[in-house]
Ligand binder design. Structure first.
Ligand SMILES: [Zn+2]
Length: 893
């Protein structure tokens, strides 16, 4: 109970109250805000000039008080509040008070000026705040010297921009006005409905009321933006009106958005057809942000992206064109899962992100089947399994114990594991049944919130499944880790059966407990007299047996049919050898599952390096890009961590050369007219692998020719980027930096501030990151702190030189020295990534120890760093354990 030391304001409403309702200092919420004050709508008024350092605002929240109180709890950070006015249900005004009680978390107490009985109130808060410099809340960026202000609220940065109930379950309509300089453009989630003069060179823009939204989806931008019209999205069976589509970009860049705008209507159509629910917002703008902390953000009606994802030309590298489509499809999928139906709390972030990832792959498969989103899903799942093999991994539904858990929830577990688990259960109940469940889920929770139980119930109902199914689904959501399914083929009673057992997959050196159970839908493909068959079974006990009708004692078995299961498998040596001989009979996704099984066995210490490389070798000849390159990550580990002698390295180089050089030579070093974009991507992958990882002289010579051509300035003194194949640009500049050293580094550093083209900037950064000379590498690291490098670009400069102990030691020393500057530049949102940025790629106990020692006191000070620290330390120790166990001599066998 708050023991008031100030005089009570005695009004009719300020009746004293029972102890249970009284305010106390100790009722400060530690997690969620209490539900006895519920927001019903917001009016947000901002006055923003991006040229200034601060902005001002008035936030008026209509809310319902359901218990008597003399205060409410809100979120707000770095807001300088000048006035709080409470208007009670009778229209009487009270002066309130705003107190920053937990500035770091952003929890504030608003004193209501006396105890108020349950009723509807309006709370108006006038304030000023800095335009954020760390890409959070309402932040400032510049492009070609001109400043812009824009927003990134997710997950918990709306509180930097306005005071409010900054949690996803508080969904209300928002009314927004922007008062901005006359010569600037303002955009927001909804259509502008009014423009009025506001005197002294200012104008006020009013935007239509939004659908109910959580605070993290509020978005707007102010600046000299280019606004270009895209094709209108025609009305559909599910949407009565056509929808306006526009591109927004920094001044001078708008014309480069036509490609992405032309793709957008077909994405929307695919999503509407799937969900049977029309795009529910009044317009759609795609905004290319000059600097951005995430890749993109699904704000309804105003989706924001890193500029390189939207600004495309006819010569753009294939990775940008595909990335643009995939990310656009992901963000637009969120308009349904995330925006129309929002997770109730951050522990269900997967309801937003796993679904958007899974749905993006579905959209891509439909609109661009040649992009092979089916294989992307398998590859994404395999990447997630690597992280999920750590004891320190998260669950898909990780309980939230603090703001750090919110910020570290945006990881491969939430996105890729989540998408893979959805795909696995979708395959189990069949696609049309899953779709029926999804349609019901959207209908039942539209414009509201939902939980994992709601989703699982919808799917189970559509599939007419009971508790076993629900428990199986939840066994993947509520516990961490990857199931390890071991199989053994046997003959019993004249029949061929497959014995199955499950445990948790743990790599060599893990301290984890393997004793875990899931409800795993195991699907197996096996050889029969006339081809192959698939058999499925829900394995929800430690052991199981599956009948394989038509199989014989000699049959081969692929324990993850279609690669659609989120599990790893291990098999008897003879069975694995047998499978290896049948690679050509497996589909592409199964070949990826085979590659993962080899990698998983190697990481467990079950097979040695020579055996792993021999088993992977047949895949390298695949005509399918994703399959052919699947062995590269295992190869790179062996090459960088295991090989110690020249003979071992020579053997590995020969392996890589015979596997991939013929294909790179077939593709050539320049894009051919009309070639499939998969060829362009393969050229980029192989050029980088052979030129920079394995360093084949013949490949480096070709890359250097292109790098030199870029570095030879044009008449205007600018670099000649068009002289390189756009897909090889980064590798070509990387080789040039390694071969020429200082002159190349000088030229690239001088060019960076002259170009605003994001693809060129990315290539410059990637090229610089390849510097090997210790003094130059140090200059590159220092350059990351230079204002000419955007905050969102820093990491690109700092991820190089991780393959050698010397490189990692130099990075470590530099980052310890510059730690405060790094934190100051990147802000708290990068906290979870900080330990990896400093010590990632480590492979010895000494590296794990120094990381622990350094962060012992610091991890608590930076949001999210504790989990990042635990995961990086564990990965470093596991690498060290594997290195100790695997015998490098096996490379030569
Ligand atoms: Zn997303």
């Amino acid at each position: 109970m708050r023991r008031a030391v100030r005089p009570l304001v005695l009004t009719a409403l300020a009746m004293c109250c029972g102890a249970a309702f009284a305010a106390t200092a100790s009722d400060q919420p530690q997690g969620k805000l209490p539900r006895w004050a519920m927001p019903e709508s917001y009016q947000l008024a901002f006055k923003v000039d991006p040229k200034q350092q601060d902005f001002s605002g008035t936030t008026t929240i209509k809310l319902k008080l359901t218990q008597a109180s003399d205060h409410i709890w809100l979120h707000g950070r770095e807001l300088k509040v000048s006035k709080v006015t409470i208007t009670d249900a009778k229209g009487k005004k009270h002066a309130g008070k705003y107190e920053d009680v937990a500035p770091k978390e952003g929890v504030v107490r608003v004193d209501l000026g006396g105890t108020l009985q349950p009723q509807e109130l309006s709370v108006a808060i006038e304030y000023t705040a800095p335009l954020n410099q760390q890409l959070q809340g309402l932040y400032k960026v510049s492009h070609e010297g001109q400043p812009y202000a824009m927003t990134q609220m997710e997950p918990i940065s709306a509180r930097f921009a306005f005071p409010g109930f900054d949690e996803p379950s508080f969904k209300t309509p928002f009314d927004l006005t922007l008062t901005i300089p006359n010569d600037e453009v303002g955009i927001a989630n909804t259509k502008q409905v009014k423009e009025e003069k506001a005197g002294d060179g200012w104008k006020t823009l009013t935007f239509a009321k939004t659908q109910p939204l959580p605070t993290y989806l509020v978005a707007f931008g102010v600046g000299p933006w280019d606004v270009v019209n895209g094709p209108t999205i025609p009305a559909s069976e599910y949407r009565a009106q056509a929808t306006d589509l526009r591109g927004i970009a920094a001044k001078g860049e708008g014309h480069r958005m036509q490609h992405v705008l032309s793709e957008t209507p077909s994405i929307i159509k695919t999503l509407e057809d799937y969900y049977g629910f029309g795009y529910p917002f009044d317009k759609l703008d795609l905004l290319a942000a000059p600097d951005f902390s995430a890749g993109a953000m699904e704000n309804p009606g105003l989706v924001t992206f890193r500029d390189w994802l939207l600004l495309l030309d006819k010569d753009s590298a294939a990775q940008y064109v595909r990335g643009s489509f995939n990310v656009t499809a992901h963000e637009l999928a969120h308009q349904w899962t995330g925006d129309t139906v929002t997770m109730g709390w951050w522990d269900d972030l997967w309801l937003n992100e796993a679904f958007a990832t899974w749905m993006q792959q579905k959209v891509t498969q439909k609109v661009h089947p040649e992009y092979r989103a089916d294989l992307d899903r398998v590859r994404g799942a395999q990447g997630a399994m690597n992280g999920d093999s750590l004891v320190t991994t998260r669950k898909i539904r990780q309980p939230i114990t603090g703001n750090g858990d919110i910020e570290t929830a945006f990881d491969g577990i939430t996105y890729q594991k989540g998408a893979a688990v959805l795909g696995m259960f979708e395959g189990y109940v069949t696609e049309p049944v899953f779709q029926k469940g999804m349609r019901a889920y959207i209908q039942d929770h539209k414009f509201g919130n939902a939980t994992a139980d709601d989703l699982v119930d919808s799917i189970a109902k559509a599939a007419d499944k009971g508790n076993d199914f629900k428990e199986a689904f939840k066994s993947f959501l509520n516990q961490p880790g990857v199931p390890y399914v071991q199989t053994k083929l046997a003959q019993e009673g004249g029949k061929t059966v497959l014995h199955l057992s499950q445990s948790r997959y743990l790599p060599l050196g893990s301290t984890g407990d393997a004793n875990h159970l899931w409800g795993v839908p195991v699907c197996v493909r096996y050889g029969t007299a006339d081809g192959s068959k698939v058999s499925c079974e829900l394995l929800n006990k430690a052991q199981g047996t599956m009948a394989l009708p038509g199989a014989t004692a000699q049959s081969w078995v692929m324990p993850n049919a279609n690669g659609s299961g989120y599990y790893r498998f291990g098999m008897e040596k003879a069975d694995l050898g047998n499978l290896g001989k049948q690679i050509g009979k497996l589909d592409d996704a199964e070949q990826l599952a085979y590659a993962d099984a080899i990698n998983a066995s190697f990481k467990r210490g079950d097979i040695d390096a020579g055996t792993a490389l021999a088993a992977l070798k047949p895949l390298t000849g695949s005509k399918v890009r994703e399959v052919a390159t699947a062995p590269i990550s295992t190869f790179n580990w062996i090459y960088n961590q295991l090989a110690t002698t020249d003979a071992q390295r020579a053997k590995l180089v020969a392996w890589a050369k015979s596997s991939y050089l013929p294909e790179l030579q077939r593709l050539g070093y320049k894009r051919k007219d009309g070639e499939p974009d998969g060829d362009s991507l393969q050229r980029a992958t192989l050029g980088n692998f052979l030129g920079l990882d394995v360093k084949l002289p013949e490949v480096r010579a070709e890359l250097l020719k292109q790098g030199d051509a870029v570095l030879k300035p044009n008449a205007d003194g600018r670099l000649n980027f068009a002289a390189a194949d756009s897909n090889l640009l980064s590798s070509a500049l990387g080789v040039a930096v390694q071969q020429h050293g200082k002159p190349a580094v000088d030229a690239l550093m001088a060019e960076l501030p002259k170009t605003s083209d994001p693809a060129q900037r990315n290539a410059i950064l990637a090229g610089l990151a390849q510097a090997e000379d210790p003094a130059l590498a140090e200059r590159v690291r220092d350059f990351s702190l230079d204002k000419q490098v955007k905050v969102g670009e820093m990491v690109a400069l700092l991820m190089g030189n991780r393959d050698t102990q010397t490189g990692r030691d130099a990075m470590w020393k530099w980052s310890v020295t510059n730690y405060d500057k790094i934190v100051a530049r990147t802000g708290s949102f990068a906290g979870g990534r900080l330990p990896g940025l400093m010590g990632g790629g480590g492979c010895s106990k000494a590296e794990a120890d120094r990381l622990q020692e350094f962060f012992k006191t610091r991890a608590k000070e930076v949001t999210g760093a504790e989990r990042g620290l635990a995961q990086n330390s564990e990965a470093t120790l596991l690498c060290s354990a594997l290195k100790a166990k695997q015998d490098p001599a096996a490379i030569l066998r």
